[in-house]
Design a protein around this ligand. Structure first.
Ligand code: GDP
Ligand code: MG
Length: 227
């Protein structure tokens, strides 16, 4: 059944989120922070990868992580235990972070700081795609165990990102997953998207991703300091 009032309400929610995301973007700019939003289905390997990236990048720049989960502080604790500054947002019934949740955190007394802020969105390949948070970069993870048909089934998030990281490549021998098909499907949706193949467990491919993140960070820093 076509329900135009529901559609209208959704459009308003998305519009309000877009406005708040723009305010967050300005707030991050004033803080001098570069912000990367990581999105994927639950279990694709976001926390494991973010931990590795934060450990490496924090040698060059100050890093903090914002963790989004429906309940609990497990991921923030994992990062804090490894010495990384981490802030948890519990979204309750919401299956994604939204710009208002980020804005509230930024306005608390003890808020995330640092030149690089990494956001781990709630595990979900659908809703986070439609809720920008004020980030500079959007990165989607897809693990080889999820199947290579996912870009075709969930096109919005793959169309609407700067990079896709194909994760858990160390498990390739145990599953049917074609990098070629996946790359083709992603490039058809989003020709500009960078595609990486990474195993956070073995470290394979991690340097390529780190080099790209460093380059994007430096390019942005050069622009914002020149303004
Ligand atoms: N074999 C393998 N397992 C991984 C890799 N990355 C993450 N995992 C495992 O996958 C599970 C989910 O990882 P997690 O980082 O919590 O995923 P998240 O829910 O997306 O944050 C954990 O058991 C991890 O140890 C990887 O590169 N290779
Ligand atoms: Mg996680």
């Amino acid at each position: 059944m076509h329900d135009s009032s529901n559609e209208h309400t959704l459009a308003r929610v998305l519009e309000d989120n877009d406005h708040l995301a723009e305010e967050n973007r300005l707030h991050f700019l004033e803080m001098g922070a570069y912000v990367v939003n990581f999105m994927s289905a639950p279990g694709a390997g976001k926390t494991t990868l973010i931990l590795k990236l934060a450990q490496s990048l924090s040698r060059r720049m100050s890093v903090s992580v914002i963790e989004g989960d429906m309940v609990g502080e497990l991921d923030a604790k994992r990062l804090r235990d490894a010495g990384i500054s981490a802030f948890q947002i519990s979204t309750g019934r919401s299956c994604h972070l939204d710009a208002a949740m980020i804005a509230r955190l930024l306005h608390t007394e003890h808020h995330p700081a640092g030149r690089l802020i990494i956001i781990e969105n709630v595990g979900n390949l659908v809703c986070p795609a439609e809720f920008p948070l004020g980030e500079n970069l959007r990165v989607v993870l897809l693990s080889v165990t999820e199947g290579d048909d996912k870009p075709i089934k969930y096109p919005v998030i793959f169309r609407n990102c700067d990079a896709v990281v194909l994760t858990k490549t160390d498990l390739l021998d145990y599953v049917d997953f074609s990098f070629e098909n996946t790359r083709k499907a992603i490039s058809a949706l989003n020709p500009e998207a960078q595609i990486f193949q990474v195993s956070a467990k073995s470290g394979e491919g991690l340097d390529d991703l780190l080099n790209w993140l460093n380059a994007r960070y430096s390019a942005n820093h050069a622009v914002t300091t020149a303004v």
